[in-house]
Design a protein around this ligand. Structure first.
Ligand code: PMT
Length: 404
């Protein structure tokens, strides 16, 4: 079966010289079984005609919101919702910037803003424009955005006669990226994973609790990445103030305390293929919760006796079957590698993700994280600081490799 059988791909073309290569890309996509709908910016017609594009794609090409002659309306919403993937190639500096900031002054940009589908962005421009901090900043904004892949421009001769980075990858390379994208997307079909996220709260009295600063961002990003690859996900989340994921294959279980988190994990663990423990779990809880609000009057100090909470990751480590994979996190400040390795062993994890509070931009609350993955053979893989969504991709890639 062709590798893109039945996939609906929107190809968006903006006005750069590399647009002349897009008919080849369309041919390749169709040869792989894809159904291609082309949208081009008005300016791109200077580089490639709608007639050429409609001939190769075997469909009308859209460029305006409505047909001047007939008044026919091209619903950007209809186009946006009826595709499995949008590929914008070439993406000029101008279109890149408008995508980054949400402008919609042509049909292609309106469809981009309206599509729930993943987007592959293929920047192509002259070397100085590509290297300009504004363009690089826009590339970063789009790379960090959920469900976006930005392909790196290639080095070589440019239309201006200059040599440098800015060339659009060849259609064959873009095709390979698209095929890879769909392979990845389905790589966890039929699998079920549990993800713990956020903090656990341990009640002191009806209005106070022991908690921590976990925002849930890391755990949610992992749940979303697993779901994107086709897995069913049980996301067991403590109290957070970020939006819950909306993918239909993510079931959100909202809990408050460690024991409540353990109960949900225990219930779903036996039928799961594994669990990723990204939550910042309270290690201790008050021995008893006071029934009414503690008053400050007549008290010089207050002592609260704490007892140890169960260790969810370690509990699952004891009962896990050979095929189940468990992944832990270690949030450390000192002797990071050693402490993380100890947790890997004591919790019987397949690998552990170390994040250190010493690294700027890593750990609690931030949009970014910097991790080192340590496996059972003590192999360490260090990753650079990146958006938690991209960190989640790295972690899930590691997991998928283990499942092979
Ligand atoms: O939520 P964010 O703001 O995005 O922040 C993300 C994060 C910093 C919380 C996350 O990246 C992280 O490091 N989570 C684990 C934090 C932690 O509690 O680490 P730990 O070293 O105390 O625990 C080790 C592992 O055992 C963790 O996988 C933890 O979930 C698990 N654990 C710990 C204690 C316990 N009682 N039960 C557990 O399951």
């Amino acid at each position: 079966m062709p590798s893109l059988d039945g996939k609906k791909i929107l190809v968006g073309i903006s006005g750069g010289i590399a647009a002349y290569k897009i008919p080849s890309l369309i041919r390749l996509l169709i040869k792989e079984g894809a159904e291609v709908q082309v949208i081009q910016t008005p300016y791109s017609k200077n580089f490639i005609t709608p007639l050429t594009l409609s001939t190769v794609s075997q469909k009308p090409v859209y460029s305006d919101f409505f047909e001047q002659n007939t008044g026919d309306w091209h619903s950007h919403i209809g186009l946006a919702r009826n595709c499995d993937l949008m590929v914008i190639a070439p993406t000029t500096a101008n279109t890149l910037s408008k995508m980054a900031y949400g402008q919609a002054d042509n049909l292609l940009l309106a469809v981009y803003l309206a599509t729930p589908a993943p987007v592959i962005v293929v920047p192509a421009m002259d070397v100085d424009m590509y290297n300009h901090p504004a363009t690089q900043n826009n590339i970063k904004i789009l790379s960090d955005r959920q469900n976006h892949i930005v392909l790196e421009a290639e080095e070589g001769e440019l239309a201006s006669g200059l040599t440098g980075k800015g060339r659009m990858p060849e259609p064959e390379t873009i095709l390979q990226e698209i095929i890879l994208f769909f392979q990845k997307k389905n790589s966890l079909n039929g699998k079920t994973f549990i993800v713990t996220a956020g903090p656990t709260y341990e009640k002191i009295d009806p209005v106070r609790f022991i908690g921590n600063f976990s925002s849930g961002k890391m755990g949610f990003a992992i749940a979303e990445e697993l779901a994107f690859r086709g897995a069913e996900v049980h996301l067991v989340s403590g109290h957070v103030s970020i939006p819950y994921p909306i993918q239909s294959n993510i079931t959100v279980h909202k809990i408050m305390s460690t024991v409540e988190m353990l109960d949900v994990v225990r219930k779903h663990f036996p039928e799961s293929d594994g669990a990723i423990f990204a939550a910042a779990v309270a290690d201790f809880r008050p021995v008893s919760t006071i029934g009414s609000k503690i008053k400050r009057e007549n008290k010089a100090s207050l002592e609260i006796k704490l007892e140890k909470n169960p260790d969810i990751a370690a509990e699952m480590g004891k009962i896990k079957k050979d095929k189940q994979i468990t992944v832990g996190f270690a949030l450390e400040m000192n002797n990071e590698l050693l402490n993380a390795s100890k947790k890997l062993i004591s919790k019987n994890l397949n690998f552990i993700v170390l994040n250190s509070l010493k690294d700027k931009g890593a750990g609690f609350g931030t949009d970014t994280n910097k991790i080192t993955i340590i496996d059972k053979n003590n192999k360490k893989t260090v990753f650079e600081l990146k958006h938690k969504r991209k960190v989640a991709e790295d972690i899930v890639n590691y997991l998928v490799d283990l499942l092979k």
